[in-house]
Design a binder for this molecule. Structure first.
Ligand code: ADE
Ligand code: ZN
Length: 324
């Protein structure tokens, strides 16, 4: 089964590039940039990863960004992720980035997006892995800040396939960003938003992303199973759900294997993703292998999960066909 999983051509649709920052790279960049980390070694840094909910994870995730300063840092971060993904037979990936996590530290938007883009182009040429970029807004920042960042992205629209919404969901509902997402849609960008597992008002948030924002996909969205009506809407609109099993384990102590199987049984387009693989210590193969073990998934179910991912990618329809 492990060989089957490793050999499958895979698509990943929910991975935060800042969440792929490996401790070894953190140390290398800290040294290069003259930044002192409050740990003696990469192992000590990993030992300090103490997540039990979304806020406790986000604190560590944002602190980790401090070593990313110049274009070459964003290039190396992205190149290393794409190299790792390609080594796991990921043939296509849609990558999130969080520009506000960098502009708020004085790093220019252009520095961030140019470093990421150059690595994407090189990785496609040299490693054969195709990728597209999704700009996320931090939902615990203001709608005005999100709008400013959308405007900053205007000269780079050709490098973006869509926009997303991440960070702390508590009291930050999707409707807060209604105008920002409406403008992004007008500009031809695809839309997705996080509805993380077990957040306050999660069913309201899932309803808003579908009915008010009109998203093309939902990130996580596992709690939709609590409402037959929402499940039916998700099936009717053929919305992909980018589920992240190992990430879920930090919040609900389970890889949500039962929930993922229920989604498949209901005809929902569930997909498997790594979210923040350097922090959760699991890339695509590890997510799939652990999920298969927890839920005793068959090869046919795993194939369905991966076919779902290719179906709900934001590739042109004619390009999708090559993978299905
Ligand atoms: N930022 C990075 N990973 C995230 C996640 N899983 N949920 C919300 N915001 C995030
Ligand atoms: Zn995420």
């Amino acid at each position: 089964m492990q060989a089957f999983i490793e050999g499958m051509p895979k698509a990943e649709l929910h991975v935060h590039i800042e969440g792929t920052l490996e401790p070894e790279l953190s140390f290398a960049l800290a040294e290069k940039n003259g930044i002192e980390l409050p740990f003696d070694s990469p192992e000590a840094l990993i030992a300090a990863y103490d997540f039990h909910d979304l806020p406790s994870f986000l604190t560590i995730y944002y602190a980790g960004m401090s070593v990313l300063i110049d274009e070459s840092d964003f290039y190396k971060l992205t190149w290393d992720y794409l190299e790792k993904a390609a080594s796991q037979n990921v043939v296509y990936t849609e990558i999130f980035f969080d520009p506000q996590g960098h502009t708020s530290r004085g790093v220019a938007f252009e520095t961030v997006i140019t470093g990421i883009r150059k690595a994407q182009v090189d990785a496609e040429q040299k490693l054969g892995i195709r990728s597209q970029l999704i700009m996320c807004f931090l939902r615990d920042m203001s709608a005005e800040s999100a709008m400013e960042h959308l405007q900053m992205a205007k000269p780079y629209l050709g490098w973006l396939v869509g926009v997303g919404l991440d960070s702390d969901e508590y009291n930050n509902p999707p409707v807060k960003f209604k105008d920002v997402f409406a403008l992004a849609k007008q500009w031809g960008l695809k839309l997705t938003m996080h509805c993380d597992v077990n957040q306050k008002n999660t069913l309201d948030h899932i309803r808003q992303v579908i009915e008010v924002i009109g998203v093309d996909r939902i990130d996580h969205g596992v709690n939709s199973l609590e409402s037959d009506e929402l499940c039916e809407l998700i099936v009717e609109k053929q919305l992909g759900l980018t589920v992240c099993p190992v990430s879920n384990r930090f919040v609900v102590q389970s890889l949500t294997a039962n929930e993922i199987r229920t989604m498949l049984d209901k005809g929902m387009l569930a997909t498997i993703n790594s979210d923040d693989p350097a922090y959760f210590r699991a890339y695509m193969n590890e997510n799939l292998i652990e999920l298969q073990q927890e839920g005793d998934f068959s090869q046919s179910e795993l194939k369905t999960l991966m076919a779902n991912a290719f179906k709900v990618t934001w590739l042109p329809e004619e390009d999708k066909a090559a993978y299905l």
